[in-house]
Design a protein. Structure first.
Length: 127
């Protein structure tokens, strides 16, 4: 009876460890570059607000709540703001892409060092 309980306990611990292993590994892994920098997320949110404002303005114009002159002025202002936000998004994207390229170059250099060390030690073992 004691052996059966002990075996069940060991199996239960093994199952729990197996299920929780991916979470434990992910927690221990150093975090890489965030997929979306906070600045970029803020810019996306600002872009969405401007697009919604443009849609609302168009609807207000079509229903007669806004005059033609007001509509043109407000639309021009919103389009200028949208252009500014889109340029900022492109700038942040370029910075992220540049940092990714630097990281790739670094990883390639590490791989070359490992390959050269491995081939040197393999050549020494063959001699």
């Amino acid at each position: 009876m004691l052996w059966g309980t002990l075996v069940l306990l060991v199996v239960a611990v093994a199952i729990v460890a197996f299920v929780l292993q991916p979470l434990w590994i992910a927690h221990r892994r150093p975090s890489a570059i965030a997929p979306w920098p906070a600045v970029l997320l803020d810019l996306f949110a600002e872009r969405d607000v401007i697009l919604a404002a443009l849609r609302d303005l168009q609807l207000d114009y079509e229903t007669g709540k806004v005059s033609g002159d007001e509509y043109r002025k407000m639309r021009a202002s919103l389009l200028a703001e949208a252009a500014r936000v889109l340029r900022a998004i492109e700038d942040v994207n370029r910075e992220v892409e540049a940092s990714i390229e630097v990281e790739i170059a670094h990883l390639r250099e590490l791989a070359r060092q490992v390959d050269s060390t491995t081939s040197t030690s393999a050549a020494g073992a063959l001699s």
